[in-house]
Design a protein around this ligand. Sequence first.
Ligand code: FES
Length: 150
Amino acid sequence: MQYALTINGKSHTVDVDEDTPLLWVLRDTVNLKGTKFGCGAGLCGACTVHLDGAPTRACQTAISDVGKASITTIEGVGETPVGARLQKAWLDVDVVQCGYCQAGQIMSAAALLAQNKSPSDSDIDAAMDGNICRCATYSRIRQAIKQAAG
Ligand code: FES
């Protein structure tokens, strides 16, 4: 089945089964490898992308459910002011340890700051609750979000 997608502002037509998870369309069909597979069960947040700005687990989203939503991935989020500030803050704070979960972390943080320009600690904890980091970089993630929020 063919699907017309808008990913990071560009049009793509893909031909995949309707139940194919968006994660695999992004990684294997469109060759955007920044979005990661962690648990495949909606539990870890490594696969987080935006659909019309809303943080979404790509592993749990069938391609047939994307509809006309605009998809943003870690490869495109830096084109937005919030995404650019977050990526700079991530580097300034030196957040990353192994790095595997960090694309998903930044996507969740970008969705938060797009809605809430100066989140409290509890706002940050609530928004980031579904993004697991096995290196436990949580305190640096919070610091970077605060820096990006300005
Ligand atoms: Fe999608 Fe873990 S890979 S939530």
